[in-house]
Design a protein around this ligand. Sequence first.
Ligand code: DUC
Ligand code: ZN
Ligand code: ZN
Length: 467
Amino acid sequence: MTYDTIVRGGRIVTTSDVVTADIGISGGRIAAIGVDLGEAAEIVDASGLIVMPGGVDSHVHISQPSGPGIEMADDFASASAAAACGGNTTVIPFCLPEQGQSLREAVAAYRAKAEGVCRVDYGIHLIVKDTDPTTLGQDLPALLEAGHTSFKVFMTYEGLALSDREILDVMSVARAHRAMVMVHAENEDAISFLRDNAEREGHTGPFHHATTRPVPVEREAVHRAITLAEIAEVPLTIVHVSNGEALDEIRRARRRGARVFAETCPQYLTLTAEDLDRTEFEGAKYVCSPPPRTVAEQVACWGGIERGDFELYSSDHCPFRFADTAGKDAPGARKSFRNIPNGIPGVETRLPILFSEGVVKGRISLQRFAALTATNHARLYGLAPRKGSIAVDADADLTLWDPTLQRTIRQVDLHHGADYTPWEGFEVTGWPVATFLRGQLVARDGELAGAAPRGAFLARECPETVM
Ligand code: DUC
Ligand code: ZN
Ligand code: ZN
């Protein structure tokens, strides 16, 4: 038998094994895994390299409406270029309707933005902010059936936050369609109380974004979200968990049988609230929600990674330019942190940070890395077995890693539309040196490869909720 491509002699990683073997690729799919596979039109020498499933980043924000005059720094072209160069082959961004736009109209417009320009494959999560009968009775069910099998609800942000009753109503649609509910868990009333007090006392700099969203704000909302999911009898994913107390709520809920999944992000493992205290408004570069916290909370999140409490490690890539009045320097942002757009870029740096800080430093195995960065995302969001693993008949989405390559993260080397990286100067060991999407090279040595963007929309199945 001959193949289009053979990736020869790499150490192939799945969630259970690391084996040295060849991968035969035909028609964009993995046709065989074995030794001495024979002939191919192209041989890729992977000796000395690690072959990982292409990264699946199931939490990114691309071209998302962000309020009057504010613009996200990435469209699908730039975000997916950054994703590919950072070792990813699939992203799942969120579709948020504009004011007055229906969810169905929003998804149609959002898919048109990605068409023909995306360099990695993509699914689409929905954001449910309206709970009128048309949205919940018609639009949401139709979109779930059409392969957008997950959606996010917010417990914070004026205009986005849902009441407990609304969340229950939305969850009941998820139950009927076996969809995954994702929740942004922070208590809006508590934040607004603390924010008003802080402003009254003149505490208006970026650092006070963190002090007005303290750990209890998140811990309480995580507890409440899980409780609502138990009442509605649906599985739930808590996204961007930032601290040990929130994680304790999740562990406690699991012990009583709740089906709850948890995600954390690089910012909660490597940054702290002190970063928001940088001078010259530089702290704004680190404003995201929930905020980075303390070294002790980092340690708690690492514990969750090591013990397997987190199924998902995502970037929460949410890029705004720093030196831009449509970004972090928005009107009023220097007068009060409340006007600073929330979010930081990270789709290109997510994987190297965990590889270096997690695998190279001996905190997690290669197998756990594969689970946290690809396999579990595919399973929980209805893309398995086609995505997220190295297996016969799966898409040949592969990332080759040089585990010894040392790099310093620098904005000038990145491909996102933001004008900074929160990890400027961060040193890593281990780097994705080649990314293959369905058997075709899309990035090599941190640069794009291949001509036209080939990323395709992924209609997703129902989530696997037994892990
Ligand atoms: N939530 C996210 O998931 N991303 C950025 C901002 C936010 O609040
Ligand atoms: Zn969120
Ligand atoms: Zn997010």
